[in-house]
Write a protein that binds this ligand. Sequence first.
Ligand SMILES: Cc1cc2nc3c(=O)[nH]c(=O)nc-3n(C[C@H](O)[C@H](O)[C@H](O)COP(=O)(O)OP(=O)(O)OC[C@H]3O[C@@H](n4cnc5c(N)ncnc54)[C@H](O)[C@@H]3O)c2cc1C
Length: 407
Amino acid sequence: MTKRMLISGASIAGPALAHWLHRYGFAVTVVERAPGLRPGGQAVDLRGVGKEVVRRMGLDAAVRAACTDTRGMSYVDKNNRERAQMRADMFDGDGLIAEIEILRGDLAAVLYEATRHDVEYRFGDTITGIQQRDDGVVAEFASGATEEFDVVIGADGLHSGLRALVFGPESRYLRDLGYLLGFFTVPNRLELDHWMAGYAEPNYTAVIRSIRDNRAAMALLSIPGDRSDYDYRDVAGQKSLLRKNMRHMAWEVPWLLGQLDDAPDFYFDSCSQVHMPSWSAGRVALLGDAAFCASPISGQGTTLAIIGAYVLAGELAAADGDHATAFGEYERKLRDYVAANQQMGVDNAKRFAPRSRLGVWAQYQFARVLPHLPGKASFMRKMMQVINGIELPDYRHLLRTHPLSAR
Ligand SMILES: Cc1cc2nc3c(=O)[nH]c(=O)nc-3n(C[C@H](O)[C@H](O)[C@H](O)COP(=O)(O)OP(=O)(O)OC[C@H]3O[C@@H](n4cnc5c(N)ncnc54)[C@H](O)[C@@H]3O)c2cc1C
């Protein structure tokens, strides 16, 4: 009988996993708490091996068509004068500004569009109970339904509800990196042309990038803090926290703070990682940020989610749905890669927001000299090794359908 897979979360990891599971012949249901696909979010990066997975999904063209085409970034002073520049075509497109940068909501839409005919999506619902049995797992839903599946996967993000149900409270697994980040859309008043501008004062950073062919811009504001400093349900409180902390800043920051109330979207979270001793328990496993969030500062969260989905689905197919074997292999193949990428997140966090004026100056100087260093600077070389540090297993012989053939 066709094995039934339930996935919680329809952002990046969930639909990517659904894509592969469907192609291996599993019946897939995705349950998403939001009433529809959630728009918004900063540009997320696809690097190295992640790009190869997207190619194997047959979605390379669709993803590239939806890219922000950001060509680079200027490090500016308070008068918006450029002090240093970083271009996207440095380091084969896998550098600090990645060649493939796509708004999170746009990538989610590409993945959803590629799967919605073959996968059952249930928006506006969540899993409220899990009972594991020898021959299956019974899921209870907020809608009141109860249904049995062979395997349940949590792809429901940093604050995963499924993880809380099966593995216990998030305080056991989350590690804060010391920043709170807010992302929101604003008018492109700097008239950035496929470009980013970043400004820093000690401990605080603001970045604006043009999006949607320069018709709008996306702001990122970063302040020091952790999960104890805000209530994740209180959006008005999160906005006031940004206002209170950043009101002393120069450049475009006063204007950005004035835009907060009119922003069509607003994403705010602690910059945290997830570290778990095991990514599965019985017939339930976790994927993406729910299992191994590396933090936005790692720049690798989306790549990890995409690669994780590829490996998890491939192992479930290779083991013919034998979840214990598949989950064991999934961890064995991914653990080291995830650990190295999470470490990169920790290292990046140390550099992200310099603590002093001297630190800000040094950050700008570094950006200035990096393009002129002979060969690749050692930390960039290390970054390339980390982001390409996994060999993708080949699961092609297990495929039942061709990409996009099932329409
Ligand atoms: C709206 C939004 C905006 C984001 N913006 C940024 C950004 O600007 N910068 C950045 O670096 N990262 C951002 N992220 C996180 C980024 O998408 C992830 O780090 C990465 O892409 C891995 O994706 P994921 O699918 O594992 O998790 P996520 O992208 O976090 O997706 C988790 C999904 O699960 C859903 N969900 C949560 N709880 C439940 C539940 N109990 N039941 C069912 N569904 C549930 C969420 O609504 C979401 O759709 C954003 C995520 C979201 C949801």
